[in-house]
Design a protein around this ligand. Structure first.
Ligand SMILES: Cc1cc2nc3c(=O)[nH]c(=O)nc-3n(C[C@H](O)[C@H](O)[C@H](O)COP(=O)(O)OP(=O)(O)OC[C@H]3O[C@@H](n4cnc5c(N)ncnc54)[C@H](O)[C@@H]3O)c2cc1C
Length: 389
């Protein structure tokens, strides 16, 4: 077994760390509790990451990306996640929010939608969840009905991140059938008559997702990605990679929280001695480090599988489950070690805590991850049997 991280990825991580420390962390106090950064700051930071050669570092080289692979992406996202600003978490400063769907588009769709997103000229969003329940999106009620060369869409989606900023929407709607069959993926331009923003969701975390309403919105048939009725495969691919990416994001934030806790324990005196000398505090720190280490190994292993084209569906569910729970615990302990200051808005811990809580639900709740893992096991597929495959 080789646990060595390739030299070029270590250098990439080091450069990302420097950029986060020097250019992003100074912005944190002002933007930590806002759901987005102003467009001019985004443009400036994007210009800077392009200049440094970071921009789209994770995307395939044939599309103008850096092609660093999934492990490289995890290493950079881990660094990026140390900075507690939603727009950086999203991560639109180092690379566009994109997902795998558009890579399945035809040449014309790639030209019109994929390439501008990769260049940073357009933004997109992913619209799957409905009020009927995000855990089982295959019961979606949003319908698309063919009418000549167009499709007419009616229904609504909720909790859609960046729906307000997106130049086009990756929408999943039912075009027939039941369950996973008969779901189709459409690309819908901002300003399309019949598509509008509905409710804005004010959440405990800084995220501000939106409702998207479709009232006889007409979309040309040429805006369908892949085949009619085969959209679920695209959504599933998006969700699988999304779960894996929860790993580095949780690790980066937990690492930051642990560092804050260690620094505080060393400098804070109670009863005439540093907190760091107390066993109760040491154990919280030790437990956090152990859990972080385990989460990191799981994540890197899953990334390693993804880079080799091996199946990682179940492992990604385990990564999301374990890493997000780990983050919750590590941030909670860091707050405990800080006492009253841990609750203060002067430190980033309280916003991290609110964010950690939200992550146990977003992109598939913890219960859904357990369901995925159990169903794999109960149908005879164990991660232990395929740890090196
Ligand atoms: C900040 C934020 C951003 C989001 N961004 C997007 C986005 O960009 N695009 C998008 O499409 N969606 C987005 N979502 C939606 C998100 O994916 C869903 O909220 C999530 O999947 C849970 O769905 P739900 O809220 O409908 O809960 P429900 O499905 O109603 O579930 C409620 C609770 O019941 C549990 N539960 C449900 N079924 C079962 C079962 N069979 N057994 C045991 N327990 C069960 C769930 O785990 C959960 O705890 C976002 C959500 C949030 C909060």
């Amino acid at each position: 077994m080789d646990f060595l991280i390739p030299e070029e990825l270590k250098q990439l991580r080091e450069s990302a760390r420097r950029f986060v420390t020097e250019e992003l962390l100074p912005l944190e106090p002002e933007y930590a509790d806002k759901h987005d950064i102003p467009d001019d700051i985004r443009a400036r930071l994007q210009a800077r990451t392009k200049e440094l050669g970071f921009w789209a570092f994770d995307l395939p080289e044939e599309y103008g990306g850096g092609g660093v692979g999934v492990l490289g992406m995890c290493l950079v996202f881990e660094e990026l996640a140390q900075c507690n600003v939603p727009a950086f978490r999203a991560p639109s400063v180092f690379t566009p929010f994109l997902g795998p769907v558009l890579f399945h588009g035809n040449a014309e769709q790639k030209e019109k939608y994929l390439q501008p997103v990769i260049r940073g000229d357009k933004r997109t969003c992913f619209a799957l969840t409905e009020a009927s329940g995000g855990s089982d999106p295959t019961r979606m009620a949003t319908r698309a009905v063919a009418d000549g060369d167009e499709w007419v869409i009616n229904g609504s989606k909720i909790f859609i991140t960046h729906a307000d900023k997106a130049d086009f929407v990756q929408l999943f709607a039912r075009t027939g059938g039941n369950g996973r069959e008969g779901i189709t993926c459409f690309l819908i331009d901002k300003g399309t008559p019949g598509m509008r923003l509905g409710q804005k969701f004010e959440l405990m975390s800084p995220d501000r997702p939106w409702e998207l309403v479709f009232d006889n919105a007409r979309v040309p048939a040429s805006h369908i990605v892949g085949e009619v009725g085969r959209g679920w495969d695209l959504a599933r691919e998006f969700l699988g990679m999304g779960r894996l990416i929860h790993g580095p994001k949780a690790i980066g934030r937990a690492q930051r929280a642990l560092k804050l806790a260690v620094d505080w324990a060393n400098q804070r005196n109670t009863f005439g001695a540093p907190l760091a000398s107390r066993q109760a505090i040491q154990w919280m720190i030790a437990d956090s480090e152990v859990e972080l280490h385990a989460a990191r190994l799981m994540t890197y292993h899953t990334a390693w599988k993804a880079d080799r084209g091996l199946p990682y569906h179940m492992e990604a569910a385990m990564v999301k489950l374990r890493c997000d729970e780990m983050m919750m615990k590590v941030v909670d302990r860091a707050i405990q070690i800080h006492g009253g200051m841990g609750l203060s808005r002067e430190l980033p811990l309280e916003v991290m805590f609110r964010d950690a809580r939200s992550r146990l639900i977003t992109e598939g709740s913890q219960e859904m991850q357990r369901m995925i893992i159990a169903s794999e096991l109960l149908s005879g597929r164990s991660a232990i049997d395929r740890i090196g495959d």
